[in-house]
Design a protein around this ligand. Structure first.
Ligand SMILES: [Zn+2]
Length: 67
């Protein structure tokens, strides 16, 4: 899967955060990816390689909403 994320994209991870959310917003890109939990607001940084393994879906800002 190509990993082309931009700031403000939404991503869904394979495992939930302890707060129960699977959805995170991308707040930073680069060698490390910065994510902000959509439920509890916590921010995390993870290496791009780690991110690639944990991410399930990337929802781009410009994509139509999922049905
Ligand atoms: Zn959370």
């Amino acid at each position: 899967m190509a990993l082309d994320v931009q700031v403000d994209d939404l991503v869904r991870l394979r495992k939930p955060h302890p707060c129960g959310s699977y959805e995170w917003r991308v707040v930073r890109t680069g060698a490390d990816i910065g994510l902000k939990c959509q439920v509890c607001g916590r921010r995390v940084l993870m290496a791009r390689s780690t991110f690639k393994k944990r991410v399930k879906t990337v929802i781009h800002r410009s994509d139509p909403p999922e049905e």
